[in-house]
Design a protein around this ligand. Structure first.
Ligand code: ATR
Length: 288
């Protein structure tokens, strides 16, 4: 850790809870690697204190903040400006200081995109199935639409919710790109093609390591690549099932890495190299 002096700028994370976060490892390692006088700390913000927290951060000259659960949408009214992608997604995870307040960005989805590129997973022209229809799944659908996916199926336990989200994203895309499907209807997927599947529910998250949205092995025959946004455990049941049926599988650790890298780039107006990102990734794994 660098020496802190009068020139050190502070960034941090606001959320509730924040105690298990890996973000300080990401940003403090980046500060060390780039030699910037920056330090990153978690701030536990109690229910009802979000507006005070954002105003207080600005008053204390904080350079930037990350925002996590449960405040990613709730923080929007307290911003000076919002980036168009974050607006579309409806969630902000990064605040960047500007004159008079903070500008809100979403680096989760650009982070996922950078992670998929690093893992050699292509989106353009692909048929993609998203498991889930919550806030995260919706954001993934927006990203996939922007990056030129050929077909997007939102598969959810509650099909009505998937239909609603599909309608919203189709509104942005200006065409019928996203379709909704109920989890139990996977047998109706065309038999002549395989899918890139993005697991965007919290099912399988530690300590529920053995849970998975769809149990039936036949579903996994339909997957050429499985991307689970969960990173704890590093090998989810979903990933194991994909691999057992010959597919490639990835977890969400690189998405976490790159959402941090992109936030850091906004705060410091610098570019992080792939080599530096890799060093941070190794530091994250040692911390796990
Ligand atoms: P987030 O903001 O993380 O996306 P969310 O909005 O609560 O969280 O969405 C959670 C998603 O996980 C939903 O798609 C939910 O399905 P429903 O819409 O049917 O509730 C899905 N999910 C959660 N628990 C599930 C379970 N046990 N089986 C199947 N899907 C589940």
């Amino acid at each position: 850790m660098q020496a802190i002096d009068g020139y050190t700028r502070t960034c941090g994370l606001i959320g509730n809870p924040v105690e298990h976060t890996l973000s300080p490892v990401i940003h403090n390692t980046l500060a060390e690697l780039t030699g910037q006088k920056l330090c990153y700390v978690p701030f536990h913000v109690e229910t009802g204190r979000l507006e005070d927290a954002v105003k207080g951060a600005y008053a204390l000259n904080l350079l930037g903040l990350n925002v996590t659960v449960p405040y990613k949408s709730e923080v929007i009214p307290f911003l000076k400006e919002i980036d168009p992608l974050a607006q579309k997604i409806g969630a902000v995870n990064t605040l960047v200081r500007m004159e008079g307040g903070y500008k809100g960005y979403n680096t989760d989805m650009p982070g996922l995109y950078r992670a998929m590129c690093a893992d050699g997973v292509k989106i353009e022209g692909e048929r993609v199935l998203i498991l889930g229809a919550g806030g995260v799944a919706r954001a993934v659908a927006v990203l996939l639409a922007e990056k030129g996916a050929n077909e997007i199926i939102l598969m959810n336990r509650t099909v009505e919710k998937a239909k609603k989200v599909a309608g919203e994203v189709n509104g942005y895309a200006g065409r019928e790109l996203v379709k909704a499907m109920a989890n139990e209807d996977y047998g109706k997927l065309p038999q002549d093609r395989k899918y890139l599947v993005i697991q965007a529910t919290s099912v399988g998250l530690h300590p529920h390591d053995e849970d998975v949205v769809i149990e039936d092995e036949a579903f996994y025959e339909r997957i050429h690549t499985g991307y689970d946004l969960i990173f704890n455990p590093p090998q989810t049941k979903f990933m194991k099932l994909v691999q057992a049926h010959g597919g490639r599988a990835f977890n969400g650790a690189k998405m976490l890495l790159y959402q941090g890298v992109i936030a850091y780039e906004y705060w410091t107006n610098t570019q992080i190299t792939e080599e530096q990102a890799q060093t941070v990734f190794e530091a994250m794994q040692r911390k796990d």
